[in-house]
Structures are given as structure tokens and as C-alpha cells.
Design a protein around this ligand. Structure first.
Ligand code: PEP
Ligand code: MG
Length: 299
């Protein structure tokens, strides 16, 4: 089955009932993009991983060069650059952070830059440069409030033509208030890894509570459903849930427009979508399920 999926990887993921879902790839290196088969672009460029081995901050030029290389490796299909997402379990040597009692609830993602905006400004300069040459989307991680969105848009400044701007939805407060937060944006992308962690209050790095942190928990699915209904803009999923072909079909049935998966899963997710009849999926029953186990049973 894997071989067939890889052979057909470049064909679109059009479901039996005629919906075409964009399937993109998550990358943390140029190599990830080179190796991707069948991706309709990148739905998540993890910049803190791309430059994770640097002892000093990369210059605007260096960042632009890496972004260009990723875009070229994906045949200039759109790439979605996520601004620095550090804190929590992700340190960066060139941005020392204060010790915190609860790093996952502390200065993470966009929050880090309210006190130190220069690193973000440099990155946005690189994004704007590359966006003038090739299709680029930019998104901000760990957003909680409309005020943060306004601040980030202000830091971005005038947007070059074609640069799409979005936020990640990883915090339940952002999911619940998505109509307000997404006003004025082009898209939102749900980070199911963190959204699951914060919805279930289960540390994503702690194996003792891993069974609680299940992306198919109906509580998480209800938040995703809410975002799809209320965002008013394109909705993507770039968390690991999108890499699970069975979950991918459900996400498409809930109305998600775009999925971004880890490289090896892209052909498999596309293949499964091509065999899916989304109209046959009882999304109401899934959302009302008792727990993730029952959701899997329904799927
Ligand atoms: C997520 O939280 O789902 C996500 C895609 O971001 P990361 O895994 O890099 O935190
Ligand atoms: Mg995240």
C-alpha cells in the first residue's frame, strides 16, 4: 500500500465525494523538504529547529537563504514560516530565557518577544524579503489574545502582495475566541500537539500522562470543530494529528481545508483521503463520543 501511495503522491487528495484537501509537509530542515514526496507545500517550517544548532542568532540574509532553499525544494509551492517558537521544551542557545517554574505556561512562542522584539523583527524582515520572490505564508505560535495578534501584525508592518498571515491555534482560549482573533488574518493553523496538551492539562513530554494527551479526545475535537465553524478564514492543521491517516479523514470531514503532516506520512494521508467519502462520517456522533477510544471505534 505504501508503494502505491508513493507512486500516486503527486496526485491531489480528492475525496470520493469530491473535496480536495491540500496536504502539506512539516519541515525542520532543508533536507526534510528535499525528501518530501507529494506535498502541496509546507504547512509548517519550524524555524527554531531549522536554526537550532546555532550558537548565535542567524542574520536576516542567512534566514532568507534557508527559506528560499526550502521553497525551491518544494518547487516554489507555498511555504508557511512559523516565527521562532521557543520556550517550554525548546531552548535556543542564542536566546537565553529565565528559569520558570512552569515553562509550558510561561514565556513561550510569541510571548517571548514582547520583551525582546529585535529577534522577531529580523525574522520578519527575512520573511518579507522571501515573500517578494516566492509564495510565503507566515504564522505566529502560542497566541492567546487579540491584543497579541494586533501586536504581531504591527511588528510585521506593511505586508508585501501575496504574503498570507496567520496564527497558530494551540491555546484553548484562542480556539474559543477564534472569531475575534482571526479577524483580519488570512488563515489559522491548529497545532494539535499543544492544543491537546493545554486542553487535557497533560504535559506532552511526560509519558506518565501520555494516555490523557490524546488528540482524538472529543474535547479537542470540539475545539477544532468550533474553530472550523467560527474562524471565517482558511483553517489548517499542522499538529501530529494530521499525520495519522484515520484522523486526517475525520479532520477533513469536520471541514478543515488543509493538513500538514510529517514527510513520510504525506503520501499515506493523501491516499487515505482519496478513498474516503466524507459525507459518510457521522461527525456529530464523533463529537459526542465518550472518549478517544470511542472516537477510534466510530472511525
Ligand atoms: C503543535 O503544537 O501542534 C505544533 C505543530 O507545534 P510544535 O509541535 O512545534 O509545538
Ligand atoms: Mg506547538
Amino acid at each position: 500500500e505504501r508503494e502505491r501511495a508513493i507512486e500516486e503522491a503527486d496526485q491531489p487528495a480528492t475525496t470520493v465525494d469530491g473535496r480536495t484537501i491540500a496536504v502539506l509537509v512539516n519541515v525542520g530542515s532543508v533536507q526534510d523538504a528535499v525528501e518530501a514526496r507529494g506535498a502541496d507545500g509546507s504547512g509548517l517550517v519550524r524555524t527554531e529547529v531549522l536554526f537550532g544548532d546555532r550558537r548565535t542568532a542567524p542574520s536576516v540574509d542567512e534566514q532568507a537563504e534557508q527559506f528560499r532553499a526550502i521553497a525551491r525544494a518544494l518547487q516554489e509551492k507555498p511555504i508557511t514560516i512559523r516565527t521562532w517558537d521557543i520556550g517550554g521544551d525548546k531552548p535556543l542557545p542564542f536566546l537565553p530565557q529565565d528559569q520558570e517554574a512552569n515553562p509550558f505556561l510561561g514565556e513561550r512562542g510569541l510571548r517571548v518577544f514582547r520583551r525582546r522584539p529585535q529577534l522577531l523583527r529580523d525574522q520578519l524582515e527575512a520573511v518579507r524579503r522571501v515573500a517578494a520572490e516566492t509564495p510565503v505564508h507566515v504564522m505566529f505560535p502560542m497566541v492567546t489574545t487579540a491584543d497579541e495578534v494586533a501586536w504581531a501584525l504591527d511588528e510585521l508592518g506593511p505586508r508585501p502582495d501575496g504574503l498570507e498571515v496567520g496564527i497558530m491555534v494551540e491555546v484553548p482560549a484562542a480556539a474559543l475566541r477564534i472569531d475575534t482573533l482571526a479577524a483580519g488574518l488570512d488563515f489559522v493553523s491548529i497545532g494539535t500537539n499543544d492544543l491537546t496538551q493545554y486542553t487535557t492539562a497533560a504535559d506532552r513530554t511526560n509519558t506518565a500522562v501520555a494516555p490523557l494527551a490524546d488528540g482524538l479526545d472529543p474535547a479537542v475535537l470540539q475545539l477544532i470543530d468550533h474553530v472550523v465553524r467560527r474562524a471565517g478564514v482558511r483553517v489548517a492543521i499542522c499538529g501530529d494529528l494530521a499525520s495519522d491517516p484515520q484522523a486526517a479523514v475525520l479532520l477533513a470531514a469536520l471541514g478543515v481545508d488543509e493538513l500538514s503532516a510529517v514527510g513520510p506520512q504525506v503520501p499515506l494521508v493523501k491516499e487515505r483521503l482519496r478513498h474516503a467519502d466524507l459525507g459518510q462520517i457521522d461527525t456529530a456522533a464523533v463529537l459526542a463520543a465518550r472518549d478517544a477510544t470511542q472516537v477510534r471505534g466510530l472511525l
